[in-house]
Design a protein around this ligand. Sequence first.
Ligand SMILES: Nc1ncnc2c1ncn2[C@@H]1O[C@H](COP(=O)(O)OP(=O)(O)OP(=O)(O)O)[C@@H](O)[C@H]1O
Ligand SMILES: Nc1ncnc2c1ncn2[C@@H]1O[C@H](COP(=O)(O)OP(=O)(O)OP(=O)(O)O)[C@@H](O)[C@H]1O
Ligand SMILES: [Mg+2]
Ligand SMILES: [Mg+2]
Lengths: 251, 251
Amino acid sequence: PARVFAVLNQKGGTGKTTTSINVAAGLAERHRRVLLVDADPQGNVAASLGVRSKKSLYDVLMNGAAIADAVVPLFENLDVLTSDERLAAAEIKLAQRPKRAGLLKRHIDSVASQYDDILIDCGPSLSLLNQNVLCASTSVLVVVACDYLSLVGVKQVLRTIKNVGAHLGHPISVGAVVPTMYDARARICRDALDSLQKHFGDKCLPPVRHNVRLKEAPSKKKTIFEHAPGSHGAEDYLAVVDALCAPVTEE
Amino acid sequence: PARVFAVLNQKGGTGKTTTSINVAAGLAERHRRVLLVDADPQGNVAASLGVRSKKSLYDVLMNGAAIADAVVPLFENLDVLTSDERLAAAEIKLAQRPKRAGLLKRHIDSVASQYDDILIDCGPSLSLLNQNVLCASTSVLVVVACDYLSLVGVKQVLRTIKNVGAHLGHPISVGAVVPTMYDARARICRDALDSLQKHFGDKCLPPVRHNVRLKEAPSKKKTIFEHAPGSHGAEDYLAVVDALCAPVTEE
Ligand SMILES: Nc1ncnc2c1ncn2[C@@H]1O[C@H](COP(=O)(O)OP(=O)(O)OP(=O)(O)O)[C@@H](O)[C@H]1O
Ligand SMILES: Nc1ncnc2c1ncn2[C@@H]1O[C@H](COP(=O)(O)OP(=O)(O)OP(=O)(O)O)[C@@H](O)[C@H]1O
Ligand SMILES: [Mg+2]
Ligand SMILES: [Mg+2]
């Protein structure tokens, strides 16, 4: 069955969407069948790839649309399920439903056999919607910018993951930590990476360097591999994909 | 009465907390009496300044504590009202209260006479909590990183501001736009700044340059003025403070 990764950190701007898009594209290039789901009401996956879709995750969760009717085939081996602002209203609606925690999981499970990997890009929060995502996932990709406040945020993410296991009966663990915005010249970045490697060992993947091509790619509606295949950004995301293709420990 | 600024952008990592802290400190140095409120469950204001407090915004909103009992005096002319992860639960609780939109405003109005400026650091979302903040504010400081996805997010922020005026009967406008993470060498940054200046005219303040000292300051629990007074970061935030001390247009 499919591996389902929640791409999460409630700290904003750590590179979750950039990681989701480029890792999904990289896995698809390695002939894995990939579904990229946007669970953030900002809808940055669609904005970054220039994808338009009549139905989004909101229609799946709130109006009972089938995922198969809402996905957009982007490349060979890569389908995208977009989101939009309506998803922000899902949070209040989820609060009122009894079996709310398992809503997304039921939909993800119904398509899991068609994919090898499913990546779910999360918005910067620890909302009910993101708890729903955690309940639908088999492991978590924690994306951490190499700076102090992002590092502080990791403790909260780990607590949330533990709570989902304890209170919602869905044991889930960190599959990998992706350090981003790394600049070897800055001591603050070296210290942050040190601390992540000490804490997570092999689960801490090689860092993605700060690279202006990664900032440019969304404005061109391209992945980093299309926009700047020879850049540090492309090189570093291929290393992340390599690490995820090797046997990933899922405790 | 006090000017109340909501420091907002639902896009994550644009520099809202960095701006809130350093603008609050800069205004206090100019002898304005300032209250800095953290309305983000991440609690990054307290984490960045090393402030510990028994009571936080959660106690004020949910347990009826008075703001005066929860604030921590940080420097001369600067008080801080911190937040913590309990605030995440306030979202669901707010959804169940009838007069929820005006809850924070009632508390802010009760202390407004003691301050010249109140800055409220918002988390990266368009939640009920942030609508509460907008209802308590006299204008909005929109903090936008000079990149494509942040620019895309500004449209959503403007729509939200318009909705608060229309649906919650609290007309509020953009007081100023603060461009951050600016790197003049990168075309994507120059284009982003151009577009902000074209759209917002005088309300678009001079940009805050990308500066590693700003990344370091939170790890030292200092403002940029204490950590690196001669840095670009300190210079640029003083320019923002200057612009805010000049007569600000509040339509
Ligand atoms: N390694 C990098 N080097 C330089 N810029 C980067 C890098 N990774 C991402 N960016 C840029 O930084 C900004 C933030 O990245 P992104 O939007 O992916 O973060 P996010 O965690 O998804 O944000 P949010 O919390 O709002 O969902 C974007 O403009 C992106 O292009
Ligand atoms: N001009 C700048 N140059 C370099 N780094 C910066 C700059 N401004 C902020 N930073 C760093 O970028 C990171 C994100 O900034 P910050 O946390 O203030 O953003 P935010 O909008 O408050 O994030 P969130 O959406 O999570 O609340 C922090 O590590 C901060 O130190
Ligand atoms: Mg994102
Ligand atoms: Mg912040």
